[in-house]
Ligand binder design. Structure first.
Ligand code: 5GP
Length: 186
């Protein structure tokens, strides 16, 4: 059995976080990568668990040293996947990156054997219903997220696999199959 780097993306509200948590809970040989960021920790976030919180100069030093598998800027802050963490963990276990479409494509470009999985909503209507159901976003924010969703969905054909999250347990079963079959490849 080989250890595999999985990059999982999908629009916000698609249930990606829930699915990744289920995968991690059910598999002791699967570990989530912890990203680095220059944004400030939010209440309840722990350094080294949610993110490695770095200053901007430290992040830039790490970029210059080739310390990231991929990195990007979102909302004025840097975010990146630390290469050493991923490489070291892959010696013992498979690693999962929950990452946006650009990040997944960059990771795959740099590390060709990365297995990319796109989690898609059954339909835009359903995604809209779920986003509204969360009651955490204004109409304007929901409109922004839908525009973003359209953009992210346009990347789906470039992924190795697409899993439609219509039924949570079915989507979970499909993801487990993908993970097992990729691990079993010679
Ligand atoms: P947040 O600040 O809400 O935790 O994350 C903001 C954005 O940064 C999200 O879209 C998230 O997917 C993205 N992000 C988090 N970690 C990484 C990373 O390691 N690389 C890239 N490219 N994006 C990331």
């Amino acid at each position: 059995m080989r250890n595999v780097l999985f990059a999982i993306s999908g629009p916000s509200g698609v249930g990606k976080g829930t699915l990744v948590k289920m995968l991690l809970d059910g598999d002791e040989n699967l570990v989530a990568s912890v990203s680095c960021t220059t944004r400030a920790p939010r209440a309840g976030e722990t350094d080294g668990k949610d993110y490695f919180f770095l200053s901007r100069p430290d992040f830039e030093k790490k970029i210059a040293a080739g310390g990231f598998l991929e990195y990007d800027e979102h909302f004025g802050n840097y975010y990146g996947t630390p290469l050493a963490f991923v490489e070291k963990t892959l010696q013992k276990k498979s690693v999962i990156l929950e990452i946006d479409v650009q990040g997944a494509m960059s990771a795959k470009a740099k590390k060709k054997d990365t297995v990319t999985v796109f989690i898609a909503p059954p339909s835009t209507e359903e995604l809209l219903r779920r986003l509204r159901g969360r009651h955490s976003e204004s109409d304007e924010q929901i409109a922004e997220r839908l525009a973003r969703e359209e953009y992210e969905l346009s990347f789906a054909p470039r992924y190795d696999y697409t899993v439609v999250n219509d039924d949570l347990s079915e989507a979970y079963a499909r993801l487990r199959l993908i993970i097992e079959s990729e691990r079993a490849k010679a």
